[in-house]
Design a binder for this molecule. Structure first.
Ligand code: IPM
Ligand code: MG
Length: 367
């Protein structure tokens, strides 16, 4: 049997440097745990635009459809701000999500003990926090038609459409219930049923799906109140399920509760392929951070933890995923800090590659 395949798309900004650290981790698992992947690498975002004039070449799209999992760094940068909307780096990422039909985006927000002081919220509000946001990723206002900028009378009108079919809501809800079953058996669904018809339908469908999961305690919240509750007392939540746009906002909020965007991974999952594995793309929640790109300052942990999610959700290697997560935890507990995790003056931060090396050393110590 051939090895499982991984397509690596480092992308732009800090993407390539954090991905270089993930390569060290992948190599370690191959050498020390017999977990060997066929790894290939390609371009996405601005890097792809620079070479091909498009943020995602058709050949790359085809490759992404064939592999067992895609690992992506980040896309975008100021250099590309002037480009036409249709070829902006972000379009490459959105095309991957849409064409791979990755409808369920898992964004965990976990507060590592060693970083509890780092949150902008009080320590007791965030210490031990472990929540999961499930964001619908292939529909809603991100993709709804009609869209565009049109002329009306003597002015222009910008149009986007929030649109959800029952089946789109159902499959996202189902994936959230399944996750809740494996976690704390609590699910909170967030929409704006008080102002949006799509929100009314969302609430109805989620409630209906919930009948298949009687053990899961289901609640509903308006998304604005949800944002408020997330900052007031985030530990009331276990799993949150919400639409594409609300999920974009709420997951950034939840991420910052934990102290640093540089720590948070994500998984975007679709329907099972012929081999039973879900279509999958893994990426850090942080962006391309052009202001620090190329300086060895970036924190590779979010990307490393995204690979841990790949081990768990694509390759059924939950124990190896835990080994990697524990290694990251140990490195933090030992006080290794990249610049984003330091607020003390006068301490020299670890570089991107020093952080990667420390995680490899902690893996080694785990044997
Ligand atoms: C995210 C990002 C993307 C989004 C951008 C880069 C298109 O903010 O993954 O949260 O809006 O979905
Ligand atoms: Mg976002």
């Amino acid at each position: 049997m051939s090895n499982p395949s991984l397509l690596i798309l480092p992308g732009d900004g800090i993407g390539p440097e954090v991905m270089a650290e993930v390569r060290k981790i992948i190599d370690w698992f191959g050498a020390k745990r017999g977990v060997v992947f066929d790894v290939s690498e390609d371009l996405v975002g601005g890097a792809a635009y620079d070479k091909h004039g498009t943020p995602l070449h058709d050949d790359t799209m085809a490759k992404a459809q064939e592999v067992d999992a895609v690992l992506l760094g980040a896309v975008g940068g100021p250099k590309y701000d002037v480009l036409d909307f249709s070829v902006k780096p972000e379009r490459g990422l959105l095309r991957l999500r849409k064409e791979m039909d990755l409808y369920s985006n898992l964004r965990p927000a976990q507060c590592f003990d060693a970083l509890a002081d780092f949150s902008s919220l009080k320590k007791d509000v965030v210490a031990g926090l472990d929540i999961m946001i499930v964001r619908e990723l292939t529909s809603g206002v991100y993709f709804g038609e009609p869209r565009g900028i049109i002329e009306e009378g003597n002015e222009r009108v910008g149009i986007n459409t929030q649109r959800y079919t029952e089946s789109e809501i159902e499959r996202a809800a189902r994936s959230a219930f399944e996750l809740a079953m494996k976690r704390g058996k609590k699910l909170c669904s967030m929409e704006k049923a008080n102002v949006m018809e799509s929100g009314i339908l969302w609430r109805e469908v989620v409630t209906e799906v919930g009948k298949d999961y009687p053990e899961v305690e289901l609640s509903h919240m308006y998304a604005d109140a949800g944002a408020m509750q997330l900052t007031r007392w985030p530990k009331q939540f276990d799993v949150i399920v919400t639409d594409n746009l609300f999920g974009d906002l709420l997951s950034d909020l939840a991420a910052m509760l934990t102290g640093s965007l540089g720590m948070l991974p994500s998984a975007s999952l679709g329907a099972p392929m012929a081999n039973g594995r879900p279509k999958a793309l893994y990426e850090p929640v942080h962006g391309s951070a052009p202001d620090i790109a190329g300086q060895g300052k970036a924190n590779p942990c979010a990307c490393i933890l995204s690979f841990a999610m790949a081990l768990r959700y694509s390759f059924d290697l939950g124990d190896e995923a835990t080994r990697l997560e524990k290694a990251v935890e140990k490195v933090l507990a030992d006080g290794v800090r990249t610049a984003d995790l330091l607020n003390e003056e006068g301490r020299t931060p670890a570089s991107t590659s020093e952080m990667g090396d420390a995680v490899v050393a902690a893996l080694e110590a785990s044997l």
